[in-house]
Design a protein around this ligand. Sequence first.
Ligand code: OFO
Length: 176
Amino acid sequence: MTEKTKEIINNQINEEFYSAYLYLAFSAKLEKWGFKGAANWMKIQAQEENDHALGFFRFLLERGEEPELRAIAKPEEASLKNMLDMFSAGLAHEKHITACIGKIYELAREEKDYALESFTKWYIDEQVEEEANAIEIIDKLKLIGDNGSAVYMLDQELKARMYVPSGPYATANTAA
Ligand code: OFO
């Protein structure tokens, strides 16, 4: 594996852990505000991001490389003041992640690293789903506005989300 490839994957491990941090920070804030359902949704998203990081972590190990764990930045977006702004910031962040994954895929093709090319496909598909999920919730929040009982119902809906291990090594993540 080239240095360039190792660097982009190590960076992506950090990006995915930052995503987990971001969603966990949103979860804490939402729970403090009394939105337990939205807090649950965000916490599960954080768990999935952790899995995504572990996917890249494991990929490096399986290719005989040692992952490098770097400092995770403080998520400044956690200072946002309402749920709509948080989900919108989440979507903006996912678009950034989609671009990062695209760059990994491009590099894999450039370097004819077929294993990485194949591995990255899982993340490309996942990003379509992640952006769609965020858009759906943002649309609902816009529709609802400040209608308290509708916000309460949406919060109840978000409470139903359950954690399912996510990532190309989902079943192996517990042992990663
Ligand atoms: Fe939110 O996505 Fe990871 O990869």
